[in-house]
Design a protein around this ligand. Structure first.
Ligand code: NAD
Length: 250
């Protein structure tokens, strides 16, 4: 059994389902203490029960990350419970579809609050904790849209993901001296709940355009996130790694 995350404390936002859940599963399997956290109570309870039954070390925190208070409560509760935070995966996010002229103020605010501001608040709150530990791993979820722009989704989504890429570099530069790394991944075409708006026809068309001729899986995303969050990845920082079957390369 791989025990690479033994005794590490890992906080993964949006971990009730999708990429976040799969990441939590890998780290829990390798001995981490996992804080499952999400706004979706039903999914959170279900994932918690599943993990608990497997004997994983797991806590759950129901939270709405669209408010600063929610983010701070999440970090504070984790530290009260475990005394440290080794790994922060900023995974929670929303994606709304709209043309530019139909994008409402509410869509702009909510997307920025969850996809961008919550990440800034979370990183600010874990910084003194990780500095004190002289250790930390931060992994952010960017997107292909943060590099090449949105296609059919609202243009605020890609804006937040582009900001995540820049933020990842800033955090890497500023926190490196304390043994803290910060990286991001830029996925594309992974069929989670977020991507329900893709019809079967769209999935096929997209798969045909991807050099490896298929869509991605949550496990593939989770493996990369877990590697970046591991001790072995200590010399990688400030990077945003494409994971898209070769659809976009830079
Ligand atoms: P998902 O919808 O399955 O997971 C997102 C999770 O975030 C959900 O469990 C959701 O309940 C949670 N969440 C949403 N709003 C929240 C809030 N206010 N407070 C707390 N939790 C909240 O989607 P996913 O595909 O697993 O997405 C994970 C990350 O990957 C996102 O940041 C997304 O932008 C990014 N991403 C996904 C793809 C893809 O193809 N699926 C591509 C690029 C980037």
């Amino acid at each position: 059994m791989n025990t690479g995350f033994n005794n590490k404390v890992a906080l993964i936002t949006g971990s009730a389902k999708g990429i976040g859940k799969s990441t939590a599963q890998i780290m829990a399997d390798q001995g981490a203490n996992i804080i499952l956290t999400d706004i979706d109570k039903e999914a959170l309870d279900k994932t918690y029960d599943e993990f608990h039954d497997k004997g994983y070390h797991v806590k759950k925190i129901l939270v709405d990350l669209s408010h600063k208070e929610g983010v701070e409560q999440l970090i504070n509760t984790t530290v009260e419970e475990f005394g440290r935070i080794d790994i922060l995966v900023n995974n929670a996010g929303i994606l709304l579809s709209s043309s530019i002229e139909d994008t409402t103020d509410k869509m702009i605010d909510l997307t920025i609050d969850i996809n961008l501001k919550a990440v800034l608040y979370a990183i600010r709150a874990v910084t003194p904790i990780m500095k004190k530990q002289n250790y930390g791993r931060i992994v952010n979820l960017a997107s292909i849209t943060g590099k090449r722009g949105d296609n059919s989704t609202t243009f605020v989504y890609g804006s937040t993901k582009g900001a995540i890429i820049t933020m990842t570099r800033s955090v890497a530069r500023q926190l490196g001296p304390w043994g803290i790394t910060c990286n991001a991944i830029a996925p594309h075409a992974v069929m989670t709940e977020m991507m329900n708006y893709w019809t079967d026809e769209k999935k096929q068309t997209m798969a045909d355009k991807i050099p490896v001729k298929r869509l991605g899986t949550v496990e593939e995303m989770a493996q990369l996130i877990s590697y970046l969050a591991s001790d072995q990845a200590g010399f990688i920082t400030g990077e945003t790694i494409n994971i898209n079957g070769g659809y976009y390369m830079d």
